[in-house]
Design a protein around this ligand. Sequence first.
Ligand SMILES: *Cc1c(COP(=O)(O)O)cnc(C)c1O
Length: 367
Amino acid sequence: MHFNKQLESIKTYEGGKPIELVVREYGIKPEEIVKLASNENPYGVSNEVTKVICNHAHEVYMYPDDSMQDIKEALANKYQVDTANIIMGAGSDQVISFAINAKANKYKKVLTAKTTFAMYNIYAKQIGAKVITTPSRQHNLDEFYQLYKKEENIGIIFLCLPNNPLGECLDKEEVFDFLKKIDDNTMVVIDGAYQDFAAAKDPKKKIEPHELITTFPNTLYLGTFSKSYGLGGLRIGYGIASEEIMDALYKMRPPFNVTTLSLKAALAALSDQSFVNKTIENNFSQMQKYEEFSKQNKIDFIDSYTNFITLLFNKSIKSTEIANLLLKKGIIIRDLQSYGINGIRVTIGTPEQNQRFFEQFQPLLQR
Ligand SMILES: *Cc1c(COP(=O)(O)O)cnc(C)c1O
């Protein structure tokens, strides 16, 4: 069968390997598996979330409240914006697809960093839009600007702040200086999936959606409940932008795109900020263990503003081999070979999980 031509250049998205697969393939007991591959919250979810899901389970025979008013009001309050500036998605992933469908096509290109979140590329290619990437792997705004000037018809620019899978993060001031030079007709997406981690580590990284969208009405801010709030399994995220952008994005939205339980759970998650604060605190104290381990074992790492750390290997170590050997020990991490990088991305886990990782990883370095 022949499919649309543009599908030929798409590499199917490769998520972190699920626990079930390791159980099946290696016969390891689920409780012995350590999954540090998908940047999930290792502490699970707030008890408030669990309670709300149980209490509303009997409502799932009905379609969700498609106005999503309660969660939008809670987010509007958190970010000091209007509910009319918010759109909800089945993960912020879905909002990325809305934006690309609204602002890119065969003639209007997408501009991203060389090594960044894979879905920008995949959604762009699905609709036949060309993706231009910077020469540097990490975000370099001079390169972004040069390409923006040189290429005609950039419809949409993605800045991932902090960047997945590398972990680096631009300062707010440099981002704002860049935005001043971009035409009103080009949409700039600020993907803030890990913004709460970055803002806690260094306030210079913090981007306030309210200030962003009022200063630059051509920007779209993305947030998610999948990382610090621990709701990856419920698929809920959001976009914040001017009403003009919202009008366009709402035309792309399928009905009932966020489930009843996801809406309730996200609301409960927002009400328990102390859970998120503890998550972030533990994250950075455990990240120090990774930095110390890497220094002791002479492994390069990228200074991270997220809940994961990217380790870079020299030629004597092969990331794919390491990833496979760890998998056999029940430890799932992310090999970066598909990004052309000889390295791995490791989600910062609980102290016990991290210890297991170090114990299994170290012997592999000394062969
Ligand atoms: C995890 C992630 C998202 C979106 O996650 P959803 O689960 O779809 O909300 C978006 N951008 C980046 C950079 C991410 O790492």
